[in-house]
Design a protein around this ligand. Sequence first.
Ligand code: GDP
Length: 290
Amino acid sequence: MVLDNLGSSLRSSLDTLQGKSRLDEEDVEEIIKEIQRSLLSADVEVDLVMELSASIEERATGEEPPAGTSARDHVLRIVYEELVDLVGESTDLPLEPQTILLAGLQGSGKTTSAAKMAWWFSKKGLRPAVIQTDTFRPGAYDQAKEMCERAEVSFYGDPDEEDPVKIARDGLEETAEADVHIVDTAGRHALEDDLIAEIEEIEQAVDPDRSLLVLDAAIGQGAKEQAREFDDAIGIGGVVVTKLDGTAKGGGALTAVNETGSSIAFLGTGETVQDIERFEPNGFISRLLG
Ligand code: GDP
């Protein structure tokens, strides 16, 4: 079964169904409670957990298990289908010339992800360049430059220029030989008006093919507001979830995907440029419930 890594309490409540071919109301209630617990502890937003568990409950009580399927496998399939339905397949990223804008709060992993994504595109045979417009965080320029050197991809930044919009424009010109432009932006510690105004201006200047929201896997209930604000400002076409090598399960990404009507593009799994994976729903959902 796909969900081999289920959390132990969810697994044991499902195991009580072993051998049963029908579910009674109590069974369903018990399982729904466990699913809610797992999703909440994975940082999925409360309203979304309620919505998901309501549709799981409705299907678990309303649908007859197909002949030969145990009640346990039937419920598991429903849980899995509902989550896949929500999280979807990975964001479509054509291997062709394009401009990608990265948005997110400070520390979410934007700069690291920019270099990682450039490395990923270079391995696919494209010629990427990273443009660093973060003039807010000291060290952002050096960090991006160093990582791009390690990834052996083009880089543009200007430590003496304060206007990120000018850097973005100049960067696109200076790296015209590249075919994939990844534009890194400044974050702030919180959602502040100047952050949103700045990223709107950069978005207008670079006219990206897609804007991706970078989220730390450990983001909890704050994912919803962030996703809403960035989506309203620049239109979010996908999510990058970072720091999945830690203990956080990344449920905030589910919230963001739901809020923006987008999907997950990449997963960050470490601090080096190679620590990037394309999103794949099975593994992510197993981890979420694990
Ligand atoms: P930014 O402010 O959004 O540009 O964030 P950074 O790219 O500077 O990342 C903040 C910190 O998180 C840095 O110390 C990175 O090395 C670290 N980081 C970013 N992505 C990952 C990841 O996938 N795994 C781990 N373990 N650390 C990461």
